[in-house]
Design a binder for this molecule. Structure first.
Ligand code: NAD
Length: 267
């Protein structure tokens, strides 16, 4: 039985994760962490998540519970995640990181823990999205440089704070790697005013933010006479939460290293 603690347990993903851990026969909820000083300290995590009393209460100090935890699941913000990684290294614990929006410096800092912590880091924990990444790699390799314009379009709810989504960037990276077109050079993230026609090799990104959209991603390969669109639509956060719990069970048995959902799923 893998003992899991959730950081950011009061958040949208945190509450869904409580539900997902409850539904998983191989995992048990060992704790939940809220922001320091939060009025939710002491609240029953099951009641917080709307799944009935669980007799595990929210704390605001990770260190207070880490001894009794196998794996941490963290869906918070970049700075909080990096602090939690340091705690995992100090206590010899594994971590599953769903947080997105890390800049290059923060990604380098995260990567620095690969020899000290078993971690799964994935901008999207859904099994379907990770299969989609594989399909995109196949499509990009098959279409190659045969004149297909590539565009990544993503839609999310009005509360999302980073753009494009971590998943859209990951999809762009997979295509860019397959075509040997580094995103830093070929990614186009903004078109406004007299920006001229698109170039042949660019990979364009477009972002929609509206209402309660859980997460939709389309990668379009368009040429004269045809268009291929590979789309993934998430209809509930449960898909990310279930993937994260699966990753937690998997990483509990791994040595130090930075793993992806592709590793977890054996894709
Ligand atoms: P949210 O704002 O609803 O939740 C974040 C929570 O973290 C908040 O409740 C906040 O109070 C809490 N928090 C902040 N500082 C904290 C601290 N020091 N200790 C404990 N808790 C703290 O956001 P969300 O929609 O749940 O998303 C969180 C992150 O997960 C975002 O980066 C989002 O992009 C990402 N996300 C990833 C996936 C994936 O599959 N990888 C899926 C959905 C969301």
């Amino acid at each position: 039985m893998t003992r899991i603690a959730i950081v950011g347990v009061a958040g949208r993903m945190g509450r869904t994760l409580v539900n997902a851990v409850q539904q998983d026969a191989g995992a048990t909820l060992a704790g939940g962490v809220v922001e320091p000083g939060s009025s939710l300290v002491g609240t029953d995590l099951g009641e917080l998540a709307g799944v009935g009393r669980l007799d595990v209460t929210a704390v605001d100090s990770l260190e207070a519970i880490l001894d009794d935890v196998d794996v941490l699941i963290d869906f918070t913000s970049p700075q909080v995640t990096l602090a939690n990684l340091a705690a995992c290294a100090a206590y010899g614990k594994a971590i599953v990181i769903g947080t997105t929006g890390l800049d290059d410096e923060q990604l380098a800092e995260l990567d620095g823990y690969r020899d000290r912590v078993p971690m799964v880091f994935a901008p999207n924990m859904s099994v379907g999205v990770n299969l989609t990444l594989k399909l995109l790699e196949t499509a990009a390799k098959a279409l190659g440089d045969e004149g297909y314009d590539i565009e990544v379009i993503e839609s999310h709810h009005r509360h999302k704070v980073d753009a494009p989504s971590g998943t859209a960037l990951k999809m762009g990276e997979v295509v860019a790697d397959a075509l040997e077109r580094p995103l830093k050079e070929y990614g186009v993230f903004e078109r406004v005013g007299q920006c001229g026609p698109r170039s042949d090799r660019e990979i364009g990104f477009a972002t929609v933010r509206a209402g309660d959209i859980v997460g939709e991603h389309t990668v379009m390969f368009a040429t004269e006479g045809e268009r291929i669109e590979i789309t993934h639509k998430a209809s509930s956060r449960m898909t990310f939460a279930k993937g994260a719990v699966r990753a937690a069970r998997w990483v509990a048995g791994q040595g130090n290293g930075r793993y992806s959902m592709q590793d977890v799923l054996g894709l």
